[in-house]
Write a protein that binds this ligand. Structure first.
Ligand SMILES: C[S@@+](CC[C@H](N)C(=O)[O-])C[C@H]1O[C@@H](n2cnc3c(N)ncnc32)[C@H](O)[C@@H]1O
Length: 368
């Protein structure tokens, strides 16, 4: 027998001894954009600056990272914000320790706007406990806080939101069951809400599998609802209705290797995201269109172009040349169309215009 994949994954990843709760953390098992290089954080800091400007430089600017791993991205953002401040950029001085930034989301009226770094409020949302030694500048919570003004981020979160799997049979969609050893069997018909989702979002091919993304739609809509004004950004593996994978994408990762998906808590369990369905769900909450683009386009629009530094720099500033060379090779990894560069960026503005990542922005998919 067995249970549906959604229940099995929930226990395996998020139960008391679950892979993400009790384990060593995502970075020990697979490499995300966040781990690849601070270049990713640098591009996101530029996005934060754009959101800050679009919001009119509020007294407190939230950056909330949902599914924050061990807080790596927020740690990088805090460091880069301080470094930018030291160089005299929009972020100046130290990131405010939690609870010391003002709670005032209003703009500063006609007076001088305090620097970004003094207004940043960084919040990690994670099911795993707060890591020892994490910067006090980062607040740590197990739920998305309400009333966000700023940027809500979710990098490789949605692909870990548990979902059920179905197989298309002569009798219609049937639930795939799985036992703790990962052995699958075919169960009864999918429940009516899942059948509706499949009818809308996943064309049936005889014998094909579908990963029922309804739970991701709900998770994303709930996160977007927490944003009062600003931008919600999801970065993830994904696909569109026009190109759903015949066999699905559910897989496991352990210690840097792809492994069969076994829901016993020993490995990550992940499936690519139906990003258009998620986009429509968030858009319905925000009341504004979403935008989808590929990571390589987004990073280029945010100034991470991957160009090699001029050779002359090697003579005038050898250390700077080596740093620039390392950054260029990191950008190559982050923008590789067959790897991280193929990730989708789903941008959902709330109460502000879409951030200007044009001309790379692709037209939003219409709701079906
Ligand atoms: C693949 S990791 C990504 C970590 C990090 N964002 C990165 O890009 O490296 C997914 C993370 O999401 C967390 N997560 C999943 N569902 C969550 C939820 N509902 N609330 C908070 N954290 C969640 C997991 O614990 C895990 O640390």
């Amino acid at each position: 027998m067995g249970t549906g994949w959604r229940a099995a994954t929930t226990t395996a990843l998020y139960g008391p001894t679950g892979f993400f709760v009790a384990g060593t953390g995502p970075a020990a098992h697979f490499r995300t954009s966040v781990h690849a290089s601070p270049v990713f954080g640098g591009a996101l800091l530029r996005l934060v600056e754009r959101v800050d400007a679009a919001l009119g430089h509020p007294g407190r600017l939230d950056v909330v990272d949902v599914g924050a791993g061990r807080g790596e991205l927020l740690t990088t953002l805090a460091q880069l914000a301080v470094r930018a401040a030291d160089r005299g950029g929009p972020a100046r001085r130290a990131v405010a320790p939690r609870n010391t930034a003002t709670d005032d989301h209003s703009t500063g009226g006609g007076g001088r706007v305090p620097p970004l770094v003094d207004r940043l409020r960084l919040t990690a949302v994670e099911v795993a406990p707060r890591p020892v030694g994490l910067s006090p500048a980062v607040d740590w919570r197990d739920r998305v806080p309400d009333g966000i003004t700023g940027l809500l981020l979710a990098t490789e979160w949605l692909d870990n939101v548990p979902l059920d799997v179905a197989v298309a049979t002569d009798d219609g969609w049937r639930t795939v069951l799985v036992d703790p050893a990962g052995v699958e069997s075919v169960g009864g018909p999918v429940d009516p809400a899942d059948a509706d989702w499949l009818a809308t979002w996943w064309p049936a091919s005889p014998g094909g599998r579908a990963e029922i993304g309804r739970t991701r739609d709900v998770a994303w809509a709930t996160a977007v609802r927490a944003v009062d004004r600003g931008l919600a950004l999801a970065v993830d593996y994904g696909h569109l209705r026009s190109g759903r994978p015949f066999d699905g994408t559910l897989t496991g990762y352990r210690a840097g290797r792809q492994v069969p998906p076994v829901p016993d808590g020993s490995c990550d369990l992940t499936a690519h995201v139906a990003v258009d369905a998620v986009g429509v769900a968030g858009s319905a909450v925000a009341g504004t269109p979403y935008t989808l683009l590929r990571q390589r386009e987004a990073l280029r629009a945010l100034g991470a172009d991957g160009g090699r530094p001029p050779l002359a720099l090697a003579t005038t500033d050898p250390a700077g040349y080596v740093r620039a060379l390392a950054a260029a090779s990191a950008v190559t990894e982050l923008t590789d169309p067959a790897g991280l560069g193929g990730h989708w960026w789903l941008l959902q503005p709330v109460g502000i215009p879409a951030p200007p990542l044009a001309p790379a922005v692709s037209a939003p998919s219409p709701a079906p």
